[in-house]
Design a protein around this ligand. Structure first.
Ligand code: F6P
Length: 334
C-alpha cells in the first residue's frame, strides 16, 4: 500500500511527530509513504515525494511541519476535487492521512465519495474539532499562554496595572479558559459566553476593594463583549479586541492598562510531551486502521484512548465549544 500524508490549515506544534509516526509505522508494515508538501495546494500541483525512515529523523521535537502547509480550500477551487483525485492517481496513492483542523476534515468525505481511502488526524491549537477530547498542538499553546501569564503577573503586580492578554480562538474559548485557568487569570472573555465592559469594571473595582491592586484579563480573539465601543475606522485598535479592550478600559473607566497580543507565539516552538505522544498515538492508530481496511474516518482521542470516529459525525459537532461549567469553574478563581 502507498499512503499519502499531508498537513493542512494552520500549523500546530506536534505535526512533525505525527508525520514521523505515519512514516515509521508504515515502514514497519512494509507500506510506502508519499509526503505531500503544502497541503491541498501542493497535492493539486503534484508536490510530493516518497519518504524514507531517514526523512523523519530528528523531527519529533520540532514545531511547525516539515511538509509545509497551506490554507487552499478545494471547495473554492474550480474542479478542486477532480484535481486532487487525479493527483492521487498519478502518484499511485491508495490511502491518504490528513493532519488538520475542521477545514481539512471537511474535505475528506468528498475524497472518500470519489473512492479514495482517507483518515483524518485532528490538530489545531484552538482544540475545537468535534469527537476528540484533544487536538494536536493545544497543550503546547496552553503552556505558552501559561508561561506568559506567569511573567506578566510580576510586572502587573509591581505597577498595580490591569494587563490584557489577547489569545487565539476566533470561535471557541478553549485557549483562553485553559491558559487563563492555569495561569491564574482574574477575568476571562470568550466567544461562547458574552460579557460586558461594565461587568469587568465592577469586578476590577471589587478586586481593588479586596486589596488586589492588579488584574490579569485574558481575552479570546473572538470574545463577545456586548458594550465595547467600535474602533475608529483605520485605527490600530480595529485589528485586535485586546487593544480595543485596553483603550476602552482606560478611556471609559480610567484603569491604568497595558496589553499584548500573544498571536503566533502560541503556534510556534517545540511541542510538549503531551502533544508529541498524542500525535504519535493518533498516527500509529491511523496506519493500523488503514491496515485493517478502515477509511472515511478521523482518529479521535477520547478517555485517554485513540478511537475511530465517523467523519460526518465529527463535522456535525464542530466547532466543539467549551461548556458553561468550565467557564464557571475558571470564575471560582477570579
Ligand atoms: O490555528 C488556528 C488559528 O490559530 C486561529 O485561532 C487564528 O484565528 C488563526 O489560526 C490565525 O492563523 P493565520 O494567521 O495563520 O491565518
Amino acid at each position: 500500500m502507498r499512503i499519502g500524508v499531508l498537513t493542512g490549515g494552520s500549523d500546530s506544534p506536534g505535526m512533525n511527530a505525527a508525520i514521523r509516526a505515519v512514516v515509521r509505522t508504515s515502514d514497519l508494515y512494509g507500506y510506502q509513504v508519499m509526503g505531500i508538501h503544502h497541503g491541498w495546494q501542493g497535492m493539486m500541483q503534484g508536490r510530493m515525494e516518497l519518504m524514507a525512515n531517514k526523512a523523519v529523523s530528528g523531527i519529533i521535537q520540532r514545531g511547525g511541519t516539515i511538509l509545509s502547509t497551506s490554507r487552499l480550500d478545494p471547495f473554492e477551487e474550480e474542479e478542486g476535487f477532480e484535481k486532487l483525485m487525479k493527483a492521487a492517481e498519478r502518484a499511485r496513492i491508495d490511502a491518504l492521512i490528513a493532519v488538520g483542523g475542521i477545514e481539512t476534515m471537511k474535505v475528506l468525505p468528498e475524497l472518500a465519495k470519489r473512492g479514495l481511502k482517507v483518515i483524518g488526524i485532528p490538530k489545531t491549537i484552538d482544540n475545537d474539532v468535534g469527537e476528540t477530547d484533544n487536538c494536536i498542538g493545544f497543550d503546547t499553546a496552553v503552556q505558552g499562554i501559561c508561561d506568559a501569564l506567569d511573567k506578566l503577573h510580576t510586572t502587573a503586580a509591581s505597577h498595580d496595572r490591569v494587563m490584557i492578554v489577547e489569545v487565539m480562538g476566533g470561535d471557541t474559548g478553549w485557549l483562553a479558559l485553559y491558559g487563563g485557568m492555569a495561569g491564574g487569570a482574574d477575568w476571562i472573555m470568550i466567544p461562547e459566553i458574552p460579557t460586558s465592559l461594565e461587568e469587568l469594571n465592577e469586578h476590577l473595582v471589587g478586586r481593588r476593594r479586596r486589596g488586589r491592586n492588579f488584574s490579569i484579563v485574558v481575552v479570546a480573539e473572538g470574545a463577545v463583549i456586548t458594550d465595547i465601543p467600535k474602533a475608529e475606522e483605520g485605527s490600530v485598535e480595529m485589528l485586535s479586541i485586546g487593544l480595543r479592550l485596553h483603550a476602552s478600559l482606560e478611556r471609559l473607566y480610567g484603569w491604568e492598562t497595558r496589553s499584548l497580543v500573544l498571536g503566533h507565539l502560541q503556534r510556534g516552538g517545540s511541542p510538549t510531551v503531551f502533544d508529541r505522544n498524542l500525535a504519535t498515538l493518533l498516527s500509529v492508530k491511523a496506519v493500523r486502521l488503514l491496515r485493517e481496511g478502515a477509511g472515511d474516518i478521523m482518529v479521535g482521542f477520547r478517555n485517554n484512548d485513540t478511537v475511530p470516529v465517523d467523519l460526518d459525525k465529527v463535522l456535525k459537532v464542530s466547532p466543539r465549544h467549551v461548556s458553561r461549567d468550565l467557564y464557571e469553574i475558571a470564575k471560582i478563581f477570579y
